[in-house]
Design a protein around this ligand. Structure first.
Ligand code: G3P
Length: 218
């Protein structure tokens, strides 16, 4: 399973890269806004900076909602680097644009996916990745993992090649559940990834080993 980091923050990305387990980055307009970048040039520069830091796929999202606008923005983003994956919302013009980008050989990530039907459409349109939002589904007391299982089953039924990129991951448990189901990629902030490190028996065991090592070295 690939691990992407869901942030536009360069320090967080660097910290994640230092762990040696990061395969790519996803961003969205909210994460970009959080960085306080002003104007299109600054935003484009941030994508370039991320591409220079990371050896992997970088999702950059369009903000247009009409076909022509999505295509214009997507092509501009794709020109920044071959690492760029154009993130397109699951709307009618978005599906049309996914199909267009597929014909042009531009890789895509279909975002804001909350149902199996939407995931099926994204795959039919040739999306490289589909992003079901697990945490936001859990937030309304539905079960994000049920959706993941449904998408896996549907894609397997027809050999659809779109990779399932589980997004809106809120906890380390989400990551493990995704791995159990065989998800292709998870994207999340650094915290849930670091949470995977934790186990009280590791801490107790290490304390004991270090204490014993001190004895044999004194
Ligand atoms: O990039 C999309 C996604 O990961 C958003 O997560 O936490 O805002 O629901 P969240």
């Amino acid at each position: 399973m690939k691990f992407f980091i869901d942030t536009a923050n360069l320090e967080q990305i660097e910290e994640a890269i230092a762990l040696g387990i990061i395969d790519g980055v996803t961003t969205n307009p909210s994460l970009i806004a959080k960085e306080g970048l002003q104007g299109e040039n600054a935003i484009m520069q941030r994508y370039v900076d991320i591409c220079n830091l990371v050896d992997g796929d970088i999702s950059a999202e369009v903000v247009a909602t009409d076909f022509e606008g999505i295509v214009r923005e997507g092509e501009m983003l794709a020109e920044l680097s071959p690492k760029i994956v154009v993130k397109v919302p699951m709307i009618k013009d978005g599906v049309k644009a996914l199909n267009y980008f597929t014909q042009q050989g531009i890789r895509t990530n279909c975002t804001l996916v909350f149902s199996a039907g939407q995931a099926l459409l994204a795959a039919k349109a040739g999306a490289t990745y589909v992003s079901p939002f697990i945490g936001r589904i859990d937030d309304i007391t539905w079960n994000g993992m049920d959706l993941i299982a449904q998408i896996i089953e549907i894609y397997a039924n027809y050999g659809l090649e779109t990779e399932i990129l589980a997004a809106s991951i809120r906890s380390s448990l989400h990551i493990v559940q995704c791995a159990e189901l065989g998800v292709d990629v998870v994207t999340c902030p650094l915290k849930p990834i670091l949470g995977l490190l934790k186990h009280p028996l590791t801490d107790i065991g290490l304390e004991k080993f270090l204490a014993d090592a001190r004895k044999s070295r004194s």
